[in-house]
Design a protein around this ligand. Structure first.
Ligand code: CDP
Length: 317
């Protein structure tokens, strides 16, 4: 029985901050890659020992009430109160209840997507996951438009919507939310302190303008469970990125998983500069606090090589 090799070595993983070793290894989308169904099922089963995406994707209404106090996952000494608005937006049943999809796309935000022409391919997948409300309209040729689930770290409100300082920014965010048109908006509200007001602003906008989105707020145990799973596989991650969280959740309800826009390196495979985010105005590359992205990438690349997922880091056909 074949072993699942996620870390690619039996010793504790070492963070590789260069793109040496990855450069020529990942084949373009057209190259031979075969899905390994047996391995995917085995990974799903293993992950289910740590978490269940159907449950952990969101806290449900029945489990909290307004006024309840929650300790932030990363800042245990800080607390927040469950507001009436947050309570109203908690789903009654899991947005993933009994969901199964043939193929799913998880779209990371790396600049490697620019000029990839992957938009059409991404949109053919049955379920498309995107991260942090990344813009799509202006980049549709490379990133596609279809969105079934999109994440939103509270910091996005500051980074991309100027903390809603005036009516123009509020309107911009409102338009972006309206454009989601019934998809799942996944807001990690309980992870780190500092985002409380931002989450509240978004909740308020959604309720006030009756925005058609299905809100989800990940469970309090999700993060530790995801870390636990990867640690058991010798991938020592301090704070999993949104992309890795999405892959880990997706194994539960997606038969085949395709990743795009995962490339945490400043140069592409041909040594051309890559933007950190495809929508950044400038080049420039700062490693993200707390994340160990190259280490995650190495783990994902190993899974790609074994056929458990497919990474696309070049152009699509
Ligand atoms: O929330 P987070 O900071 O993790 O994510 P982001 O910067 O909005 O990007 C979404 C996801 O794309 C990340 O969580 C990574 O998994 C992936 N990503 C990558 O692989 N390489 C990059 N240069 C940027 C993002």
């Amino acid at each position: 029985r074949a072993e699942v090799v996620i870390n690619g070595s039996s010793s504790p993983a070492v963070v590789d901050r260069s793109n040496e070793g990855f450069k020529r290894n990942i084949q373009p989308a057209s190259a031979k890659w075969r899905h390994n169904q047996t391995l995917s099922l085995r990974i799903r089963k293993q992950i289910l020992k740590f978490l269940d995406a159907e449950k952990d994707i969101s806290v449900l209404k029945g489990t909290l009430k307004p006024g309840d106090i929650i300790h932030y996952i990363f800042d245990r000494d800080s607390t927040m109160n469950v507001s009436q608005n947050l309570y109203e937006l908690l789903p009654r049943t899991s947005p993933l209840k009994n969901k199964h999809f043939g193929t799913c796309a998880i779209v990371g935000n790396s600049g490697v997507l620019l000029n990839s022409g992957c938009g059409q391919e991404i949109d053919t997948h049955s379920f498309v996951i995107r991260c942090n409300l990344a813009p799509v309209q202006e980049y549709a040729r490379d990133v596609g438009l279809k969105t079934d689930l999109v994440t939103m770290n509270p910091s996005v409100i500051q980074r991309a919507f100027e903390d809603l300082v005036n009516a123009t920014w509020r309107e911009k965010l409102l338009q972006r939310l309206h454009s989601l048109n019934g998809s799942i908006l996944w807001i990690p509200a309980f992870m780190a302190r500092g985002g409380k007001e931002r989450v509240e602003w978004v909740n308020e906008l959604i309720l006030k303008h009756r925005v058609n989105v299905r809100t989800a707020y990940p469970s309090l145990r999700l993060l530790h469970a995801v870390r636990g799973y990867w640690l058991t596989n010798k991938v020592h991650i301090k704070r999993p990125t949104t992309g890795l969280l999405m892959y880990t959740l997706a194994t539960r309800f997606c038969n085949q998983i395709y990743l795009y826009g995962f490339w945490p390196f400043p140069l592409d495979q041909n040594q051309n500069p890559v933007k950190y985010h495809y929508y950044d105005s400038k080049y420039g590359y700062t490693s993200q606090a707390g994340h160990t992205m190259p280490l995650e990438f190495k783990a994902l690349k190993n899974l790609h090589e074994q056929g458990a997922l497919k990474l696309t880091v070049g152009q699509c056909d």
